[in-house]
Write a protein that binds this ligand. Structure first.
Ligand code: DXP
Length: 267
């Protein structure tokens, strides 16, 4: 086992080869999506039972399923568009049948304008899914108490947002995200709102375990190149985290200390 294998992402006891997860919506074409996935080699790709419709990326339903199979990347179905616990449970059960996987990205939307998760009902939804045998990755906010509650009901990994979905703003609340990283022991995947590779690198430097993103790649002028840039940024951020960052200083510190007498004055 080399160093990379030893540092592999582990979720619910399963090992993944990378730390970038990619969404599959809003690409200019299925061919571009395929090329972006080949470039980034994501650990998982998300798929929405409800939204992956004929109009999405110009693909019809069947073509999309065939494309997913060609990609040969584990699929993470999501419950995008669900507004109640009952809707979540039904959608997740259908997704399990269709995609043949117990993995589910739990999305329970509480506000249609901000697409903010319904933080009050999320633990109940997660609890129901876990009791039903799902491996649940809940899309949540950076609220520490909510995250603890999700862990309490059995979530073995969480997906706090950086910013609202599709905004590309990067981490809006660095303080809370860093606190969360320090206070929660399960793997944390930053999901939503990352717009630049530097945003992804930053959260990885803070010790986040992975990132999930869609819009920043799909809507880039060159999605394939941007997929590669994000993959590189995630790797760099992880390496920096493992290397251990220096402590910030409040004042200048000479990087070349001046000690003793210069050798040319010594004689
Ligand atoms: C793909 C997916 O699951 C999205 O719901 C996810 O939240 C990505 O967000 P961005 O599009 O902001 O990257």
């Amino acid at each position: 086992m080399n160093d990379t294998d030893a540092d592999a992402l582990r979720l619910y006891g399963q090992t993944f080869p990378g730390r970038l997860l990619l969404g599959t919506s809003r690409y200019p074409s299925p061919a571009v999506l395929e090329a972006a996935v080949e470039r980034a080699r994501p650990a998982m790709v998300t798929a929405s039972l409800r939204r992956q419709a004929a109009t999405d990326a110009g693909a019809n339903g069947n073509a999309f399923w065939q494309l997913l199979q060609r990609l040969a990347v584990p699929v993470l179905p999501n419950t995008a568009g669900c507004h109640s616990v009952e809707e979540v449970v039904t959608t997740a059960q259908m997704a399990r049948e269709v995609f043949g996987t117990p993995w589910i990205k739990l999305e329970l939307i509480g506000d249609d304008y901000t697409l903010q998760p319904d933080t009050l009902n999320l633990p109940e939804a997660a609890d129901r899914l876990i009791r039903d045998g799902f491996k649940v990755l809940p899309y949540c906010t950076e609220d520490l108490v909510l995250c603890r509650r999700l862990v309490d009901v059995g979530c073995e990994a969480l997906m706090p947002w950086a910013a609202p979905i599709g905004t590309g703003k990067g981490a809006l609340n660095p303080y809370a995200l860093r606190q969360l990283r320090e206070r929660i022991d399960v793997p944390l995947i930053v999901d939503a709102g990352l717009g630049l590779p530097s945003h992804a690198c930053q959260v990885m430097e803070w010790g986040y375990d992975a990132v999930l993103l869609n819009t920043a790649v799909a809507l880039a002028a060159d999605p394939v190149a941007m997929a590669g840039a994000f993959a590189d940024a995630v790797t760099a951020g992880r390496s920096a985290f493992r290397a251990g960052a220096m402590a910030e200083q409040e004042s200048a510190q000479p990087s070349t200390p001046v000690l003793g007498t210069p050798f040319w004055h010594a004689a």
